[in-house]
Design a protein. Structure first.
Length: 133
């Protein structure tokens, strides 16, 4: 993973506090029988660095297979937050997309069950389109 292609911050009305953050970046995972396992290990490693891992599950994004991992963490400047990573892997290409999402206690995301159902993440997931390059 590298620098974000797109980074969006959603704040309080006064712009002083973060509610949610969304980033999209490139992801390369070679095609093959171990691809999903490699992505799972990558997500597990990154989530573990940030906090308590709550789980990683298979989902589909834009019709492509994806893994969605979530952890709970506390940022010293922001406070408690939910941290999500979604690796999207088009089957015909080694290159995919990594979506990173943070939601603070100021967002509509209040529990792990809200992740992907409330806030900006479900809107982003509905509108992602991946094209071959």
């Amino acid at each position: 993973t590298g620098g974000a292609y797109i980074k969006l911050n959603f704040g309080t009305d006064d712009g002083k506090k973060l509610k949610e953050n969304l980033q999209l970046t490139g992801l390369t995972v070679p095609r093959g029988p171990q691809r999903k396992k490699v992505l799972h290990q990558l997500l597990q490693q990154q989530l573990t660095k940030r906090g308590k891992v709550l789980g990683i599950k298979e989902i589909k994004v834009a019709g492509y297979p994806a893994l969605h991992g979530v952890c709970q963490q506390t940022d010293p400047n922001i406070g408690p937050l939910w941290f999500s990573m979604i690796g999207i892997l088009p089957p015909d290409n080694d290159k995919g997309v990594l979506l990173v999402h943070n939601s603070t206690t100021l967002s509509d995301v209040k529990t792990p069950q809200d992740i992907g159902k409330k806030g900006v993440l479900p809107i982003a997931l509905q509108h992602i389109k991946i094209s071959a390059r």
